[in-house]
Design a protein around this ligand. Structure first.
Ligand code: UDP
Length: 357
């Protein structure tokens, strides 16, 4: 069985790490990196740390309007490689480009993290998810909610509830982070004395009003409540620089490696984020999380009591931070232990492949 896996952005490297290892035990995997993310600390560091194999193909799409260029690049590769399945992850432009290129060549698409919905079509990720799920033959859902979302769109065939590969990664590498990361020492942080924040969603980073409101709120929290450390995404850094924004109380650092991030999360007193992955990791590590958005795809984290939705307004963010109480983690679609998601996905792929022959 030959698989082409398409990745391109930070969360996809994390999602593919365990699956790639599992796939390569029995199948022939060809890894395509679109280089949607290309900075050393957004890409290479993850390949090294997570021991992801060197990609067989690297596209150089750069920034700007990427999806069209990726589509063309992936299509050319698929015509050469002629795989039995094309595996795509999550909800980025690389996901959509990989899925569309495959579907147009009548190659079956397997979507890892299928069925997630925010019900906000202004998010580019939501468009990527909906379209990718529409053209996928195998839809690997991390939660029961995701399965229900697909049912609502009349997608029932090829849907598999497999648990969440990102949660597996958080447990797996979370243990390694205990000894493998020196980030607390490097940033001079003491366990449970700081808040960890990330901001990168277009709705926050590209909207100057939202962006300034969130950063000035975090700055105020840093002055009045507890120190805030922010590994800042390149998109947000660009926005800060081009608008000459300055928030002197924040500890702004470059994006950190995965092991560093997991250690920062585990040791944070609270997490403030607009990232999907970080919301889940907060829940896994039982750290109270404030989501800087009005909706979330990961409703289980809110139901479990570890996550509150606060949007971009100062009052709600500060009120939520003050109100955060330790909730009890109720397993709901993903449980608080490592599962065999990569193994389950591989088994289904192998089974489907042998049935199709
Ligand atoms: N992450 C990281 N370093 C950072 C910020 C985030 O390793 O400086 C990890 C984080 O732990 C999570 C993933 O990147 O596993 C989330 O990626 P991102 O927030 O870019 O995307 P999203 O999850 O929102 O799609």
């Amino acid at each position: 069985m030959k698989i082409v896996s398409v990745v391109g952005a930070r969360p996809q490297f994390i999602k593919c790490a365990l699956l790639s290892k599992e796939l390569r035990k029995g199948a022939d995997e060809v890894l395509v990196h679109t280089r949607q993310h290309y900075d050393e600390n957004m890409s290479a560091v993850f390949f090294k740390e997570l021991e992801i194999p060197e990609p067989e193909y690297n596209l150089e799409v750069g920034s700007g309007s990427q999806t069209g260029r990726m589509l063309q690049g992936v299509e050319e590769i698929l015509q050469i490689e002629k795989p039995d399945y094309v595996v795509v992850y999550g909800d980025t432009n690389s996901t959509l480009a990989g899925a569309l290129a495959a579907a147009k060549l009548h190659l079956p698409v397997a979507h890892v993290e299928a069925g997630l919905r925010s019900f906000n079509k202004k998010m580019p990720e939501e468009i990527n998810r909906i379209l990718t799920d529409q053209v996928s033959s195998l839809l690997f859902c991390p939660t029961q909610t995701a399965v229900q979302n697909l049912e609502r769109e009349n997608i029932r065939e090829g849907v598999h509830l497999v648990s969440d590969i990102m949660i597996d990664a958080a447990y797996h590498y979370g243990e390694k982070a205990e000894t493998g990361s020196q980030v607390l020492e490097r940033l001079r942080l003491k366990s449970k004395t700081y808040a960890l924040a990330t901001i990168h969603r277009a709705e926050n980073a590209d909207d100057l009003e939202h962006f300034s409101s969130i950063l000035s709120t975090l700055d105020k929290i840093a002055r009045e409540i507890l120190p805030v450390v922010i590994p800042l995404h390149p998109r947000s850094y660009k926005q800060m620089k081009s608008n000459r924004l300055n928030f002197p109380s924040l500890q702004i650092v470059e994006p950190v490696s995965y092991l560093d991030m997991l250690r920062l999360e585990k040791n944070a007193k609270a997490i403030l984020t607009d990232s999907g992955g970080v919301q889940k990791e907060a829940c896994v590590f039982q750290v109270p999380c404030i989501t800087l958005r009005n909706e979330t795809e990961w409703v289980e984290t809110v139901e479990a009591g570890w996550n509150v939705l606060a949007g971009a307004q100062e009052e709600t963010i500060v009120r939520s931070l003050k109100k955060i109480k330790k909730g009890s983690y109720l397993p709901n679609g993903y449980e608080a232990k490592e599962k065999d998601t990569a193994k389950k996905i591989t088994e289904i792929l192998v089974q489907q492949f042998s049935m199709a022959r």
